[in-house]
Design a binder for this molecule. Structure first.
Ligand SMILES: NC(=O)c1ccc[n+]([C@@H]2O[C@H](COP(=O)([O-])OP(=O)(O)OC[C@H]3O[C@@H](n4cnc5c(N)ncnc54)[C@H](O)[C@@H]3O)[C@@H](O)[C@H]2O)c1
Length: 277
């Protein structure tokens, strides 16, 4: 029996929280570069009544993305994309962050945009980090939004001499996610489909725990302590936003980015988290 298909990349906590809200009754293909992550999260989902197939996918490989799409199409129409794959500043060097978070996300949005069916909808997880970085020029924004995927990593602004550290690379990647979503939403719209991004603040997951234990641990702990919410968030709170965006109630929302960070960005610009000059 054919089913509507959900492509879900990044078998982590945020992705699972979203998949549980929107994936029931559908075939869920969960792809992760780490086989063990994909298999163990698929087991949790299948033990809870979902129909979830784990596969190995590295989103920085176009061939892997095309393989995932092909596997998905064997089960039915591709109607949803959840992209929650990513590496954080403490997990990977600059090149890997740009290859996965920036280029990989761009290729995924492009390729899934070619096959998404009418009424389809997607979310990609960006980050509050992209909002904290100062504004880029309109020209830089447009380059991030519209440069052909295979030329993205050759942009001058993404060369090592122009990137301070892994946090800066991550911020650029996440800013790029938001801009790509805007540009892609135009193409997805031609197919009657929608795509949005969500920019979470600190959400307790293995990725965030790596940050708490990494070189910027104190910075992150201070960030949630001094944000208006006074705590980190949970993957389920991110899923609340995703559920709205991916449901009929979100039918007028596309090409947009949603900040869900307990007010950390607000505090960073206008409150106690503001960096001293
Ligand atoms: N947790 C946070 O505080 C936070 C905040 C803002 C943004 N994010 C973003 O949310 C997304 C999901 O992260 P999470 O917190 O759920 O972390 P997580 O560690 O629970 O899950 C991330 C998953 O992505 C997988 N992955 C990494 N590189 C991959 C690749 N090249 N191809 C396929 N899979 C890959 C990892 O193996 C892991 O299973 C990431 O993009 C992250 O940058 C997280």
């Amino acid at each position: 029996m054919k089913k509507d298909v959900v492509l879900w990349t990044g078998a982590g906590q945020i992705g699972m929280a979203i998949a549980r809200r929107v994936g029931y009754g559908k075939k869920i293909i969960v792809g992760d570069k780490n086989k063990n992550n994909a298999e163990s999260i698929a087991k949790i989902m299948n033990d809870a009544g979902f129909d979830c197939l784990p596969i190995v996918v590295d989103i920085s490989s176009r061939a892997d993305i095309l393989k995932m799409i092909k596997i998905g199409q064997e089960f039915g129409d591709i109607k949803m994309l959840i992209n929650s794959a990513g590496v954080s500043p403490s997990q990977a060097p600059i090149e890997a962050i740009l290859k996965v978070d920036l280029y990989g996300t761009a290729v995924l949005l492009e390729e899934v945009g070619k096959v998404i069916k009418e009424g389809g909808v997607g979310v990609t997880i960006s980050s509050q980090s992209g909002h904290r970085m100062p504004a880029l020029t309109p020209e830089q924004d447009e380059l991030l939004a519209t440069t052909p995927t295979e030329k993205l990593l050759a942009l001058d602004m993404l060369q090592p001499k122009n990137i301070k550290d892994t946090l800066h690379a991550y911020q650029l990647a996440k800013r790029c996610n938001e801009k790509r979503v805007m540009a892609e939403s135009v193409k997805w719209g031609e197919k009657g489909a929608r795509i949005n991004s969500i920019s979470p603040g600190i959400i307790v997951t293995p990725l965030a725990i790596d940050e708490f234990n990494g070189p910027r641990g104190d910075f992150y702990k201070n960030m949630f302590a001094k944000c208006p919410a006074g705590r980190p968030g949970t993957a389920d709170e991110v899923a609340n936003v995703a559920e709205l965006l991916m449901s009929e109630k979100g039918a007028f929302i596309t090409g947009a980015d949603f900040l869900i960070d307990g007010g950390a960005t607000a505090s960073y610009f206008y409150g106690p988290l503001k960096p001293e000059k």
